[in-house]
Design a protein around this ligand. Structure first.
Ligand code: KIV
Ligand code: NA
Length: 266
């Protein structure tokens, strides 16, 4: 199967919903890839893989290393890499340098960055120079220090209008898709209706053009239960049970058994 392309993703608006999950490692990428249109190497890896308190400390080199692993583990989905905090906000030129580095180091097809009206010139600059950009509006976790937390956005009329204007600005600037995170549902529906590119919801609406979740969250592997996460499995429970069995067998000397040991030929 040939790898999907960014233009194919863009064209899918109004057709079948787009399926997207995060992936940070090669094995996860291999397992998710056949089911997904896009894999996101999210900067959420800061918390999920590295135990950091937010995505703010994540570096370009962390994103490059994990991005390369995910590209190596996938052959079907479009791989999108998050630009980490501090690597793109200062200027379109700085953003281009960072994004080009990520694409050169990993072989991924696109980057994602957070922000609205303020980032529109950057989205345009990159898009016009060969770097497809996915936007991200609403709850933007890299702005936790200005937002003050991770609560849903857009509960006031003023804030709702600002989020819609943000999405329209980056769509007009050439974003090929937009993640809408953590907003009251009418905002997600309105954005999906007014922008020409696909919207990808997370804590948004089933009416978005696609959905994304952190894979570890939906697998029940990570200790995080925001309202928008549905646990499709309890992998943490299953891993605990498997490890408990291993520990028990080691302590009882029943592992390794005859099948796992090398016997002499005669
Ligand atoms: O970093 C991330 O995982 C994300 C998604 C949840 C949209 O940005
Ligand atoms: Na992110």
């Amino acid at each position: 199967m040939k790898r999907l392309t960014v233009p194919a993703i863009r064209k899918q608006k109004g057709a079948a919903p787009l399926v997207m999950l995060t992936a940070y490692t090669v094995r996860t990428a291999q397992l998710l890839d056949p089911h997904c249109d896009m894999l996101l190497v999210g900067d959420s890896l800061g918390q999920v893989i590295y135990g950091l308190p937010s995505t703010v400390p994540v570096t370009l080199d962390m994103m490059a290393a994990h991005g390369a692993a995910v590209v190596r583990g996938s052959y079907h989905a479009v791989v999108v890499i998050d630009m980490p905090f501090g690597s793109y906000e200062a200027s379109p030129e700085k953003a281009f340098e960072s994004a080009a580095y990520l694409l050169k180091q990993t072989g991924a097809a696109a980057v994602k960055l957070e922000g609205g009206i303020a980032m529109a010139p950057t989205v345009k600059f990159l898009s016009e120079r060969g770097i497809p950009v996915m936007g991200h509006v609403g709850l933007t976790p890299q702005a936790v220090n200005t937002l003050g937390g991770y609560g849903a956005r857009g509960r006031s009329k003023v804030e709702a209008a600002k989020i819609v204007a943000d999405a329209v600005a980056i769509a007009d600037a050439g974003a090929f898709a937009i993640v809408i995170e953590g907003v009251i549902e009418p905002i997600a529906i309105e954005i999906t209706r007014v922008v020409g590119c696909p919207t990808i919801g997370i804590g948004a609406s089933a009416q978005c053009d696609g959905q994304v979740l952190v894979a570890e969250d939906m697998l029940g592997l990570f200790e995080r239960t925001p309202r928008f996460v549905k646990k499709f499995d309890d992998m943490a429970g299953r891993i605990s049970a498997a490890v408990a069995s291993y520990a028990e067998e080691v302590r009882a000397r029943t592992f390794p058994g005859p099948e796992q040991i090398y016997a002499p030929k005669d």
